[in-house]
Design a protein around this ligand. Structure first.
Ligand code: F0G
Length: 448
């Protein structure tokens, strides 16, 4: 593919704006070091006139690209030829209208929707991004790959890597990863390196390792990963009968999802495929609230791409001086230097977004509420419902607005937290097992 083709990469820094071919695996602008976007020459792509045209692909599901919940929207992420596209059946997710949880948190019963990304092959939303990034890896002929992870990225990378025949190394922080996720990376055959440090340390190391050894990087710095994650929004719109919700609520960690969602809506609007952009709420954990603090207190803005770098540099310099490391029970989002910060600021601008942080206690109770009335999720995902409760109480979201919460990971990802919450009676919805003697009468008495 050359620069005259349908897709190219472009630096998000307006003072630079350098462009590169999609054949390059670079992940940061070689000229200025900023993030890169995948961009399209839409006039060279046959995009359907209306989103509902994509529904036709349900009838051709024997074609594996039409079966994929990512690739059946392929005209909207048209950066590689079909023969390079890899798929393991990702994106078969459901959007559940959940009136029980809606009522519990004071919404109109038909207004709350839960997007279950835990139904993906590796149990989290990451598979949406990996199918796209691995397709790019195949396109550029990568032979080995790596990522840093709080757990889900490593599970997903390990799964796609063995599917594609790529050598795979994952970096995790010591003691910072939920067991369900660690077991996946090991079982899928990845070389798993546990660094004495946190996720942010791993993120830095993996970039240097990839540069040194010429390995393909699969963190969300990779612009093609975010292209795949856009489809989570397409599926929400699809499942709402091709209507846009009023709000998207998403947990914020490395800020890949929020960035991808903002880009999805920006493009759909530009293409005239939607008439309005939903608002977005990004929810941090209180122990890892860089975005919330920078946006709400330090007033950091996208500002047409002219982000005030000094605010960010001063903020991180203070972290370094204090040897700060983030802490939250939602280990997936235990991140203090989110790599997609600037793209997320753009998403906030596009979606008139809000950000806030919730406590671990709120996350655990929200998680148990989702488990009690829904299909369950891991702690980071439950930050959405915890945050939504605040936004309703503060009047930012009204009870009759249609809200879609993205539940990013499966309940079984972090079994320890769930077991402790219930067994140790840690919260409002604790439901511990009842010990019974091995005696029929006594057992019946307990059930009646
Ligand atoms: N929810 C879950 C379950 C996650 O695993 C992550 C990120 C997030 C939310 C945050 O998403 O980074 O797009 O803002 N997990 C990454 C990992 C960091 O390494 O698995 P984000």
């Amino acid at each position: 593919m050359s620069m005259t083709d349908a897709a190219y990469q472009k630096c998000i820094n307006p003072d630079c704006g350098a462009e590169f071919s999609c054949q390059e695996a670079i992940f940061k602008c070689p000229k200025c070091g900023e993030l890169l976007d995948a961009r399209y020459n839409w006039d060279k792509i046959e995009v359907p006139n209306k989103l509902s045209d994509f529904a036709k692909r349900w009838s051709t599901r024997d074609n594996k690209l039409d079966f994929s919940g990512v690739w059946r929207f392929r005209e909207l992420l048209n950066f590689c030829p079909d023969e390079n596209k890899v798929t393991i059946g990702e994106g078969q997710t459901i959007l559940q209208q959940n009136s029980a949880i809606a009522q519990q948190i004071g919404m109109k019963p038909d207004c709350l929707f839960l997007e279950y990304e835990g139904l993906n092959p590796s149990g989290s939303f990451k598979d949406n991004g990996m199918t796209a990034a691995f397709s790019h890896a195949m396109m550029v002929g990568a032979k080995s790959c790596a990522c840093a992870s709080t757990g889900n990225t490593s599970a997903s990378v390990a799964l796609y890597a063995h599917h594609c025949g790529l050598k795979c190394t994952v970096f995790i922080g010591s003691g910072r990863i939920a067991f369900g996720k660690l077991s996946q990376a090991m079982d899928y055959g990845a070389k798993t390196i546990q660094i004495l440090g946190d996720f942010d340390d791993c993120m830095k190391q993996v970039q240097d390792v990839c540069t040194n050894l010429g390995m393909y990087l699969l963190n969300s710095l990779n612009p093609f990963r975010l292209e795949g994650q856009k489809t989570i929004m397409y599926r929400i719109i699809e499942q709402l009968g091709w209507e846009v919700p009023d709000w998207i609520v998403v947990p914020g960690g490395n800020l890949g999802n929020s960035s991808a969602f903002g880009k999805a809506f920006m493009e759909l609007k530009e293409l005239g495929l939607i008439d309005r952009v939903p608002r977005m709420a990004i929810i941090n954990a209180a122990g890892a609230d860089t975005l919330t603090d920078l946006v709400n207190n330090k007033k950091l803005l996208w500002n047409d791409g002219n982000v005030d770098q000094k605010i960010i540099d001063d903020y991180y310099a203070d972290f370094t001086a204090r040897n700060f490391s983030p802490h939250t029970c939602a280990s997936a989002i235990e991140i203090s230097r989110p790599v997609n910060l600037k793209k997320c600021l753009r998403a906030i601008d596009v979606c008139n977004g809000v950000v806030l942080a919730v406590t671990d206690e709120e996350i655990c109770d929200a998680k148990a509420l989702i488990g009690k009335f829904g299909l369950g999720c891991e702690p980071a995902s439950a930050a959405t419902i915890a945050g939504l409760k605040h936004l309703l109480a503060d009047g930012v979201i009204s009870p009759d607005e249609r809200v879609a919460c993205v539940l990013t990971g499966h309940l079984l990802k972090d079994p320890d937290l769930t077991v402790n919450y219930h067994k140790e009676k840690q919260g409002q919805f604790s439901n511990p097992p009842i010990e019974a003697p091995n005696d029929l009468d006594e057992i019946i008495k307990l059930i009646k």
